[in-house]
Each structure stands twice: as structure tokens, then as C-alpha cells.
Design a binder for this molecule. Structure first.
Ligand SMILES: O=C(O)c1[nH]c(=O)[nH]c(=O)c1Cl
Length: 312
């Protein structure tokens, strides 16, 4: 029984990995993912220059998930490129993901030009969905801008590249986004990022739980799972077969991973639960997923990927 997968024509021994932003801020955290059962890692979204991010407390977990308004704290693209360059030499049989975000089209072009000019042989995840940079809109909800960015991106970048999208909540939005995305040679679409601008309250103290943005922040975990599964399946149904799906949101058990794959995911990313449990979670999730596959008589992910049944 194998949980291996292929994405962008590249083989991964395991379909489980971290979600950008969790356990991937610096070399210490990335080493822990690298030394876990995860199939690979994605870096914290890298920007043109390092960022300290928003004021703490900026992350809070509840028994049902998490809220965060980190504000894109990161070491800057070059730090992550240097780390991946080192890992490509030290552990060459794995392929790594670099998450990036520019604050405008020029920055997107600059980041991609830097990667193109480097020895990077991995996969780029362009984050179009950070909800927590005050004053900056969620690009993923501005369809015209998404199309403009992707047009330029594929004029300048030639390697495998996918995008991280916010969750959508309207069937027509799935249709409109899929129509736009199907124009481009995307390697994948990663659905979903956190549900933007939720609010979790401590009713005892009658206060919000994180400092930035009056307590508003991206929602992850159990709260997010039904939305994540819907976005994974909606895009799986609508996108051309060459654009694969990475499923992110609400994965804390082998069953959750199984459900994302049943909805069409080729790779699954773990955020909130990884933050709570640590990198040993990948051993647990892999074992649980294999047990489910065994019980159902499946030996590979292709036996059930995308084969969700309807009631009609
Ligand atoms: O506040 C953040 O750093 C953040 N937080 C999220 O929940 N998703 C993102 O894409 C980012 Cl960039």
C-alpha cells in the first residue's frame, strides 16, 4: 500500500506535506519537516525583503481550529532559496516547494526572475491569497488581477508553478475562476488558504484572541474542512486534467486526507493540526491513511482519487 503521488510530473514518496506558513519559517523548522515522514516541504511565503509581520499574539488555536493574522513574517526569498539550494545537494531525491508573494506585479516578476536565475529545481507556489496584510486586498478575489498576473507570470517563468487560492463560496465563482485558470499552463491549484477575516472571541474576558486587525484573522482547522473539500472538488471537476489539485484545509486525520484525495487532491497539505501536534503528525497521518486504504482494498491513491460518488 503506497501513499506516493506525482505532481507536475515529479514523484513524491508521500502525498502529505506542510501547508505554507506552518513549520517553515526558518532552517530549524524546515529541517524538522525534512526529517519527518512528510513527502516534501513548502517554505513560508517569501517576499522581496524580510518581514517581521504583525504584532503578537497573532496566532491562536482552539479545539476546533485556529485563527491567524501573522502579516507575512518571513526571512525573505533569498534565505529560502539558499536553504533549498543546500537541500537539493544534501537530499537530492526530493523536490521542494518555494512559496512566494509579491505586493504588486513588478514584485511578482522580480521574485520569479530571481528563482529562474538560480539553481532551484523545485516547484513554485504563488500565493494569491494572503488575507492579513492590512491595506492589501485578497488578490484571489479580484478575478481581473488574477488573470493579469498569470498572463505575466507565464511570460517570465518556465518552471513548474501553481497558485494558492483563498476559498470561494459561490458556484459561479468556481466557474469564473476555472475559466480563467484553464487558459494557463499551471502545474496545480492549491485550495484552500484560510477563510479570511474570521473572529474568535474569549467570552470570559470579553476580548478578541489576537492583536492585529481588531482580532480579525484567517480561520483554519475543523472550521475550514467542508469549505476546503468543496473547493478541491469544484476545481477538480472544472479544471483541465493537466492542472492538478493540492488539497489544504482541515486535515488532522488519515480520514481527512482520504476525503481530500477522494475529492480530487493529488497532494495534501497540513497546517493547523501540524502547528498543534508537530512534524510527527506525518507518521500518524500516513499510517491512518494506509489503514483506511487497506480496509477499502485500495493500494494506490489512483484507486480512489476524485471518485467521490453523488446521490443522484
Ligand atoms: O498572515 C499570514 O502570513 C498568512 N496567513 C494565512 O492564513 N495565509 C496566508 O497566505 C498568509 Cl501569508
Amino acid at each position: 500500500i503506497s501513499t506516493k503521488t506525482t505532481l507536475a510530473g515529479i514523484h513524491f514518496d508521500n502525498c502529505l506535506m506542510n501547508a505554507a506558513g506552518v513549520y517553515c519559517y526558518d532552517a530549524s523548522e524546515l529541517n524538522q519537516i525534512q526529517n519527518s515522514m512528510a513527502g516534501t516541504f513548502v517554505t513560508k511565503t517569501g517576499t522581496v525583503t524580510p518581514r517581521t509581520g504583525n504584532q503578537v499574539p497573532r496566532y491562536r488555536a482552539t479545539h476546533l481550529g485556529s485563527i491567524n493574522s501573522m502579516g507575512l513574517p518571513n526571512k525573505g526569498l533569498q534565505y529560502y532559496m539558499d536553504y533549498i539550494s543546500q537541500q537539493q545537494k544534501a537530499v537530492p531525491h526530493k523536490t521542494y516547494f518555494q512559496s512566494i508573494a509579491g505586493f504588486n506585479l513588478a514584485e511578482d516578476e522580480y521574485l520569479l526572475a530571481q528563482i529562474q536565475a538560480s539553481d532551484f529545481t523545485g516547484v513554485v507556489e504563488l500565493n494569491l491569497s494572503c488575507p492579513n496584510v492590512p491595506g492589501k486586498p485578497q488578490i484571489g478575489y479580484d478575478f481581473e488581477t488574477v488573470e493579469k498576473i498569470l498572463t505575466r507570470v507565464f511570460e517570465v517563468y518556465r518552471g513548474p508553478l501553481g497558485i494558492k487560492l483563498p476559498p470561494y463560496f459561490d458556484i459561479v465563482h468556481f466557474d469564473q475562476m476555472a475559466t480563467i485558470l484553464n487558459q494557463f499552463p499551471l502545474a496545480f491549484v492549491n485550495s484552500v488558504n484560510s477563510i479570511g477575516n474570521g473572529l474568535i472571541i474569549d467570552s470570559l474576558s470579553e476580548r478578541v484572541t489576537i492583536k492585529p486587525k481588531h482580532g480579525f484573522g484567517g480561520i483554519g482547522g475543523d472550521y475550514l474542512k467542508p469549505t476546503a473539500l468543496a473547493n478541491v472538488h469544484a476545481f477538480y471537476q472544472r479544471l483541465k486534467p493537466s492542472i492538478q489539485i493540492i488539497g489544504t484545509g482541515g486535515i488532522k486525520s488519515g480520514q481527512d486526507a482520504f476525503e481530500h484525495i477522494l475529492c480530487g487532491a493529488s497532494m495534501v497539505q497540513v497546517g493547523t493540526a501540524l502547528h498543534a501536534e508537530g512534524p510527527q503528525i506525518f507518521a500518524r497521518l500516513t499510517a491512518e491513511l494506509k489503514t483506511i486504504m487497506y480496509q477499502k482494498g485500495y493500494t494506490t491513491l489512483t484507486d480512489f482519487r476524485g471518485k467521490l460518488n453523488y446521490l443522484d
